[in-house]
Design a protein around this ligand. Structure first.
Ligand SMILES: Nc1ncnc2c1ncn2[C@@H]1O[C@H](COP(=O)(O)OP(=O)(O)OP(=O)(O)O)[C@@H](O)[C@H]1O
Length: 260
């Protein structure tokens, strides 16, 4: 095939273009909804100024930006090390892992309702595409089916594993008493306690759906994509779980509606 200005375009060129397009799309899916998205925008602006400086022959500016770019690349790798690791894990992860069953999600919602009613604090992360193994490793490994009494027993005051977060993979509780990373990238959630900030922090670094029952307020909220959603009643929680976990396929993480 002959294209004006470009000359002959063969099947190999088309394959090349398709692969690059797929790579850019996958890269976009990896960063969208994470804190890295603003940095990516910044990099594009930086690159634009650098290219403009080169085209205009502004030698000092383009040399300066070129050097800063090299140093910046290493700084970014250090700064976004957790996100990069999670992204690589996601790429290498085998497809077709066990999905959360509808019954497990119903039990989860019911357990959260009961815990919140009795003002018992709870923090539960549901794994989606980003593996939560490194956070599960900070707690006590378990392998139990999700059930209302089990979750209630885990978070009961004075229970040995009530402190920290629980991690769910598919329909199983795989760890309890886990340490989640505290949210700290901006001051938006400074007024919240550590349970909420740990939930938001984990949701910022991964695509997990994090459920938080507040001991103080008896409320249930979801943290997703680094944002804390509004108070939910039982029906709303079930609907959100269905949409965010059961129906979740390849969609990128979306912020929860009605953010605070
Ligand atoms: N990094 C962390 N990872 C997991 N869980 C944590 C972490 N930090 C604190 N927690 C949990 O949060 C509890 C303290 O909650 P705190 O009262 O400070 O938070 P809060 O957001 O105000 O929640 P609540 O509304 O339930 O009181 C701890 O006992 C512990 O179980």
């Amino acid at each position: 095939m002959n294209l004006p200005f470009l000359g002959p375009v063969g099947a190999r060129d088309l394959l090349d273009i398709l692969l690059v397009a797929a790579l850019i799309y996958q890269g976009y899916k990896l960063v969208v909804g994470t804190r890295a998205v603003n940095v990516v925008r910044g990099i594009f602006v930086f690159a634009g100024v650098w290219v403009a400086a080169q085209l205009l022959g502004l030698v000092t500016l383009s040399t300066l930006l070129g050097r800063a770019g090299t140093v910046g690349l290493f700084a970014l790798i250090v700064l976004f090390q957790p996100e990069l690791r999670a992204a690589l894990e996601r790429i290498g992860r085998p497809r077709g892992r066990e999905a959360s069953s509808g019954a497990a999600l119903q039990d989860l919602a019911r357990a959260l309702e009961r815990l919140a009613e009795r003002k018992t604090g709870a923090l539960i992360a549901i794994e989606r595409r980003t593996p939560l193994g490194e956070y599960a490793a900070t707690g006590v490994p378990l392998d139990a089916l999700v059930s209302v009494p089990f979750l209630e027993a885990l978070f009961a005051r004075n229970a040995p594993l009530h402190d920290g977060g629980v991690i769910i993979q598919g329909s199983r509780v795989v760890a309890a008493g886990c340490l989640f990373p505290l949210q700290q990238s901006d001051g938006t959630y400074r007024r919240y306690g550590t349970r909420h900030r740990a939930g938001i922090g984990l949701s910022e670094l991964t695509d997990a759906v994090v459920l938080i029952a507040s001991e103080e307020r008896g409320s249930i909220r979801i943290a997703l994509g680094g944002r804390l959603g509004p108070d939910l009643n039982g029906t709303e929680l079930r609907d959100q779980l269905r949409a965010l976990v059961y129906d979740y396929e390849d969609a990128p993480p979306q912020p929860v509606g009605g953010l605070v």
